[in-house]
Design a protein around this ligand. Structure first.
Ligand SMILES: [Zn+2]
Length: 489
């Protein structure tokens, strides 16, 4: 299936506008008022006027109440006053918008409350936050999600359908170290920016080392992945870009931290070790803010802080073994592209996928397979459409949906299975991560409903005021989240 069909094949999602409230008493009063059964016109006019006046008074009162509420809950810095903001704030030092996109891997929504995170909370209080977290794409894995964030595409369309997979046409294997452009479809933000003749920078982001379009992963502005580079060094490098002459400062910068995913896998999301990792990320955010303030650009720079997915504990012996299905069907290991939490199976020619799915589900539902009812097999075309996980030949024909916290293995082993995992259904709350936007176009202290990370691409191109590539995000999303910019040229 061609990449060009992206826009036509998926429906953009809309977030509800918060201003409209169908349950408003005035809305119902006014609709009563316009009903046709008033016979006495004069009385009707007086009655209407009274209701109208009452409604105006009520609206003013609620607006005032809102003002009071907002001003008490949103800390004020500088001259801003949260609820009075109607347009974006002008730049004071930079000559054009700069977006710094930061990812903290595996930062489950809620981690920001687990320990003291003053710097993250400073961004939240003075910026716009997805109130109940950012929704990852399915599968809620690192590479598919990081590349969705920067392309606005679901994995079926950007091609990175798993952290590792086979190309069924060529037999070639994709791993997280594959940088050939043929794997990486779509147009990531650094490429969009470069195609506009502007500068971009990436300090470790899935796909950033791949040469695409005008993007050549330029030295000093695009780092070759090395997980042992200390976080401090990454932050120092990003800050050093702001010491360049104004016209040479990259307008888009991506910055990646492996924590707290690393700890989450090891000990699960509820261990104190997570708190330390989260505090470490908060220190890096503090260091960034300090550095930007020292350079006088903190209020000019747009910081978007996200994670790629959440994390859930995988203890309690929630195991499912494929070998237990032997009475119904043999699933040899070489049919299995990935086990858990994304169970992906490509049987060889001669085995009808629908037959394999039917036999597996029969076994899983029989009550004779341990935890069998916590795994359901699908032909990829029959997966719920909200997962958008079918339209690519790279996606194996058979996908298993594993219940939260369960693990699929080939056969039983004696080792203890305790830790954390992600990759599950993106509708699970535990898979959510954070979204915080701070900068001239983000209202201070604003909360927006949760949204999928494919919306971020359009958000960034809108802030940068450049034309983006077609994608799965909604074109109206930026105007629902950003303050209108009267300075746009
Ligand atoms: Zn991750």
């Amino acid at each position: 299936m061609g990449f060009d069909s992206v826009s036509a094949s998926t429906k953009p999602t809309q977030i509800p506008t918060q201003e409209e409230d169908p349950s408003s008493p005035c809305a119902s009063l006014l609709s009563f008022n316009t009903a046709p059964h008033h016979k006495n016109t004069a009385t009707s006019v007086i009655f209407s006027s009274l209701i109208l006046v009452a409604c105006i008074a009520l609206s003013a009162a609620s607006a005032f109440a809102l003002l009071l509420f907002s001003s008490s809950s949103a800390p004020r810095t500088g001259a801003s006053f949260a609820s009075l903001q109607t347009t974006s704030r002008p730049l004071t030092k930079l000559n054009r918008p700069v977006v710094l996109l930061i990812s903290s891997d595996g930062f489950r929504f809620g981690y920001q409350f687990k320990t003291h995170t003053p710097n993250i909370h400073r961004l939240i209080a003075n910026g716009t936050e997805a109130e109940t977290g950012l929704i990852p794409v399915f599968p809620s894995l690192t590479f598919p999600n990081h590349y969705s964030i920067v392309t606005g595409l679901y994995p079926a369309y950007h091609g990175i359908i798993n952290n590792h997979f086979d190309d069924p046409k060529t037999g070639e294997v994709f791993t997280m170290a594959s940088h050939e452009p043929k794997w990486w479809l779509g147009e990531p933000l650094w490429e969009t920016v470069a195609n506009h003749g502007l500068k971009a920078a990436a300090y470790f982001w899935a796909g950033s080392e791949v040469h695409k379009g005008s993007w050549t992963c330029p030295q000093d502005f695009c780092m070759v992945y090395n997980g042992s580079v200390p976080f401090d060094e990454r932050v120092d490098t990003v800050l050093s870009y702001f010491d360049l002459p104004t016209s040479e400062i990259p307008v888009f910068m991506a910055l990646y931290f492996e924590d707290p995913d690393h700890q989450g896998h090891k000990v699960g999301p509820d261990d104190p070790e997570i708190n330390e990792a989260v505090a470490g990320i908060d220190r890096m955010i503090g260091k960034l803010i300090d550095g930007l303030e020292k350079r006088g650009v903190f209020e000019d720079v747009t910081i978007i802080m996200v994670g790629d997915h959440g994390m859930v504990g995988t203890c309690d012996k929630k195991l499912i073994f494929l070998d237990d299905l032997a009475p119904w069907i043999d699933i040899p290991a070489d049919w299995v592209q990935s086990y858990t939490p994304l169970l992906a199976i490509r049987p060889p020619p001669g085995f009808a996928p629908s037959d394999v799915v039917a036999k597996m589900n029969e076994g899983l539902q029989s009550g004779k397979v341990q935890n069998g009812k916590n795994l359901k097999m699908y032909l990829k075309e029959k997966l719920p459409s909200r997962l958008h996980y079918a339209a690519s030949a790279r996606i194996p024909p058979i996908i298993g949906m594993v219940d939260e916290g369960y693990t699929v293995e080939q056969k039983g082993t004696k080792r203890q299975e305790c830790g954390g995992a992600h990759g599950y259904d993106n509708a699970l709350f535990s898979m959510r991560t954070i979204f915080i936007g701070h900068g001239p176009q983000f209202a201070r202290g604003r909360k927006v409903p949760s949204f999928e990370n494919v919306q971020i691409y359009n958000l960034v191109t809108s802030i940068l005021n450049i034309q983006g590539a077609p994608n799965n995000g909604s074109v109206s999303f930026p105007s629902a989240v950003l303050l209108p910019d009267p300075h746009k040229f």
